[in-house]
Design a protein around this ligand. Structure first.
Ligand code: ACO
Length: 331
């Protein structure tokens, strides 16, 4: 059996209709448009209403769009992976529900928790499943309902995050296009800076944990910012080096949309042209596992066959990495 590369062959996406603007946030907490724009680059974000629709609602919508665009029989899908930090419920699997709802009746499915690097890790898993030769069609979805874990009285986090979902299909490629190489890393000591303390096995949810707001996302922005920039830059340099590439060989950098200043710092450190960076943070904020596929969704018409893309992400854990992928189709 010859090992084949796994290429992205279709993209879908979904963002909720409700728009939460900086002006609206000014009415909720002590903040202002100037602070949010200059510190993060975010102008508005989408919020799932009601929250009880759950992350699966957005994941299903993104997957259905992909299935329709690609004219794909969902029964032909072998595997559905949902990368998410905000599953519908701790148990059962969101991916299982999504697979059944979209008609992927012959698939198996699982959730993957890599926080903001969840989609990047999911690309690795999807590609490895394809290259094993056992599977032909892997649907990878990055989806997060960040509004379900954000304290809307905490100005340091509520301005940053939004909700959304993006989906891609991985298939074997005969021209050696698709995922070429990756550098994926973790540093478990990072959980001190970015976490939800309660609701897991160490501190099960109780009325005390809820009263103390420990079911909300806690982030120490400055250290996270510093680790994010240096680790993403290191991972990108390593993956370029491993593949004898320079930054001039790269058509687009598809970077996790956490903060416009992080994107600027990556571009500056690597001496990239700003046109090489795909950016949509101003409209969606940080949608965690959904930022990378939502970039592909927004920019799909710009991408051309054989172009070289560098993906990078950083998130809770800490988790991070960089992935080199060649684009496999023209729209
Ligand atoms: N409006 C106005 N003032 C604010 C706001 C706000 N929304 N939020 C914080 N401030 C204030 C602070 O209280 C502080 O005031 P003080 O100096 O009087 O104490 C001041 O602004 C500076 O606060 P910092 O936290 O130091 O601000 P910073 O410039 O670091 O920006 C931010 C904060 C945007 C969170 C930034 O640190 C950041 O983006 N960090 C990285 C986040 C990230 O990349 N996360 C990735 C992973 S997310 C995941 O995995 C789920």
């Amino acid at each position: 059996m010859t090992t084949k590369t796994a290429a992205i062959t279709a993209v879908g996406g979904y963002v909720p209709e409700h728009v939460l603007t900086n002006a609206a946030l000014e009415q909720m907490v002590d903040t202002n448009d100037e602070w949010i724009t200059s510190r993060t680059g975010i102008k508005e974000r989408r919020i799932l209403k009601p929250t009880s629709l759950g992350t699966s609602f957005m994941a299903i919508a993104a997957a259905r769009e992909l299935v329709q665009k690609k004219n794909l029989d969902p029964a032909a899908i072998d595997l559905v992976i949902v990368s998410t930090a905000t599953p519908d419920m701790p148990v059962s699997s969101t991916a299982a529900f999504v697979a059944t709802e979209i008609g992927a009746l012959n698939a198996f499915a699982y959730d993957l928790q890599g926080a903001c690097s969840g989609f990047l890790y999911g690309m690795s898993a999807a590609s490895a499943h394809i290259s094993s030769g056992r599977y032909q069609k892997v649907l990878l979805i990055g989806a997060d309902t960040m509004s379900s874990i954000i304290d809307y009285t905490d100005r340091s986090t509520c301005v940053i995050f939004g909700d959304g979902a993006g989906a891609v299909l991985f298939e074997p490629n005969d021209e050696d296009l698709g995922l070429q190489d990756e550098v994926l890393r973790v540093d478990g000591k990072g959980r001190e800076f970015l976490k939800i303390e309660a609701g897991g096995s160490m501190l099960p949810a109780s009325s005390d944990t809820v009263a103390a707001g420990k079911h909300f996302l806690h982030q120490e922005g400055r250290p996270v910012f510093k680790f994010a920039v240096s680790n993403m830059v290191d991972a990108i340099e390593q993956v370029l080096d491993q593949n004898n590439l320079t930054k001039n060989d790269i058509d687009y950098v598809v970077a996790h949309q956490a903060n416009k200043r992080i994107l600027d710092a990556i571009a500056k450190n690597l001496d990239l042209d700003y046109e090489q960076m795909l950016v949509n943070i101003e409209r969606y904020g940080n949608t965690t596992a959904a930022t990378l596929p939502l970039l592909l969704w927004d920019y799909e018409s710009k991408l051309k066959k054989n172009q070289k893309l560098l993906f990078t992400a950083f998130g809770g854990g800490f988790t991070w990495g960089a992935t080199y992928l060649t684009w496999a189709y023209n729209t």
